[in-house]
Design a protein around this ligand. Sequence first.
Ligand SMILES: Cc1cc2nc3c(=O)[nH]c(=O)nc-3n(C[C@H](O)[C@H](O)[C@H](O)COP(=O)(O)O)c2cc1C
Length: 171
Amino acid sequence: MNILILQGSPRANGNTAWMAAEYKKAAEAAGHAVTVVDVARKKIAGCLACEWCHGKGNGACIQKDDMQELYPLFAEAEALVLAAPVYYFTMSAQIQAPVQRLYCINKPPRLRKMALLLSSYSPGVYDGAAGEYRGICGYWQAEDTGIVTARIDEQKTDATRAKLAALVAKL
Ligand SMILES: Cc1cc2nc3c(=O)[nH]c(=O)nc-3n(C[C@H](O)[C@H](O)[C@H](O)COP(=O)(O)O)c2cc1C
């Protein structure tokens, strides 16, 4: 399966990046092809709601920023993994922007499965992000393979690594 992971923390050696890397390792070991994009290192603006894409643009976005690198990856993705730190009870803005810029294509055409990896300081702060993620799974008719969360004392642990491997097994 062709898997695209969006890693949405600006901290290159942080917990979200670790979760994305561990998921990738397990998925590659299972024979999947995996691309990780550090979206926090990209310049991706929010959707302008200009509707150019649904008219003259014929499915293309009028904004020419780093999102242009991602559109071909979304075109091929069969599984999408959102890996985000929790910022103010939801996913980081760096994850929200590329997801909302898919408005021009409505949904990734080959997408069949999704997963969510969340990192936070506190426990019990995941409802906002999980609700948004489940809404997107439903909207795109992609199977929700599950959510792995890691609060401060669960980060970079064998237990979390095992949960990530279990998630990969659901692909
Ligand atoms: C702007 C900002 C907002 C945050 N909001 C929350 C929050 O609402 N709840 C929480 O538990 N942690 C919050 N955190 C802490 C991060 O979610 C936590 O440190 C996470 O592990 C960071 O992931 P990273 O190591 O991948 O960067 C926030 C951090 C930042 C920088």
